[in-house]
Write a new protein. Sequence first.
Length: 286
Amino acid sequence: MSARVLAGPPAAEALLAQTAARAAKLAKPPHLTILRLGEDPASVSYVAGKDKKAKETGLSSSVEVMPDTTTQEALLSRIAELNADANVNGILVQLPLPSHIDEEKVLSALDPDKDVDGFHPVNVGRLWAGHPHLAPCTPVGVMSLLSHYGYSVAGKRAVIVGRSRIVGRPLAGLLLNASATVTVAHSRTPNLGAVTREADFLFVAVGKAHLITPDMVGAGAVVIDVGINRLEREGKKARLLGDVHPDVAEVARALTPVPGGVGPMTIAQLMANTVSAAEGQAQLRE
Ligand SMILES: NC(=O)C1=CN([C@@H]2O[C@H](COP(=O)(O)OP(=O)(O)OC[C@H]3O[C@@H](n4cnc5c(N)ncnc54)[C@H](OP(=O)(O)O)[C@@H]3O)[C@@H](O)[C@H]2O)C=CC1
Ligand SMILES: Nc1nc(=O)c2c([nH]1)NC[C@@H]1CN(c3ccc(C(=O)N[C@@H](CCC(=O)O)C(=O)O)cc3)C=[N+]21
C-alpha cells in the first residue's frame, strides 16, 4: 500500500481563488511590502516567488532590497515609515537577517496589524490565547492543506518535530486550537521514534534530509513534511529533499511531497494574510 499524496498546488489554488475574491471586495488592492537584506540565493528566490504570486492574485506588492550591511537603526526607521504609511497593508521582513541585526527587535517593531508573518509578540499572544488574527503562513497553510483533503485533527494525537518560531511552535498552537492532543519534540527529545510512532498526525519541520524513516511512523498516520533540504549538484539545479524518507509512503495513510507539498501553501497563505490585514485595517477605520 502506498500513501495518498497530499499535493500542495491544488489546495493552494483553491486558497488563492478565495483570497482573490476577498481582495476584489476591498476598496483597493491590498499592498504587501517585502523587505529583503542582502543577496542570499534562497531568499532572493523565495521573495521573487512571493512577489509574483501577489500580483497573480490581484494584490499589489513591492520588494525593497537593502544591502546586507544595513544598520539595525536604518532598518528600524524604514519599518517605522512603512508602519505609518496608510497605503501599506502588510509588511514582511524576509528571514534570516544578517547576524549583526537583532531579529527580536525588528519583528517587535512591526505594526502587529501589518505583520503578515504573525511573528510579532502580540500576534503570538493572540494565537496562544485561542483567537489568532495574523498567524504564521506555513503552519496556517498546513492546517488548510489538511482541511482541503478532508482531515480533521480534533481528538487526534498530533506530534510535531521541531519547535521554531516560524513552524513548530505556532503549529502547536493551531493544532491545540483545533482540539488535537499535541506533543512537540525537538533536538533534546530522547528516543524520537517512540514519540513519533504515537502520532495520528505527524508534522516534521527540522531541516535534516530523510530524518524520519518508516520505522518511526505508525501504520495509517497522516504525515506532513515541512522540511526543505537543498542537495547541491555539480552543474545541475539543486535537488530538494524533505525531512521524511520517501519509503514512509509504505506505512503512512497520507504524505505530502517535497517539493510541491507545504511550500506552495506557505505562499498562498501569505496572500490570504495580506488580505486579512487589509480587512482588519478597513474595520479599524470604520
Ligand atoms: N515549506 C515551507 O514553506 C517551509 C519550510 N521550512 C523548512 O522546514 C525546516 C525547518 O525549518 P525551521 O523550523 O525554520 O528550522 P529551525 O532550524 O529554526 O528549527 C529546527 C527545529 O528542529 C529541531 N531539531 C534539530 N535536529 C533535530 C533532531 N535530530 N531531532 C529532533 N529535532 C531536531 C530543533 O531543535 P532545537 O530547538 O532543540 O534546536 C529545532 O526546534 C527547514 O528544512 C526549512 O527549510 C521552513 C519554513 C517554511
Ligand atoms: N519572514 C519570512 N517568512 C517566511 O515565510 C519565510 C522566511 N522569512 N524565510 C524562509 C522561509 C522558507 N519559506 C518558504 C516559502 C516557500 C517555499 C516554496 O514555495 N517551496 C516550493 C519549492 C521552491 C523551490 O523550488 O525552491 C515547494 O516546496 O514546492 C518554501 C519555503 C518561507 N519562509
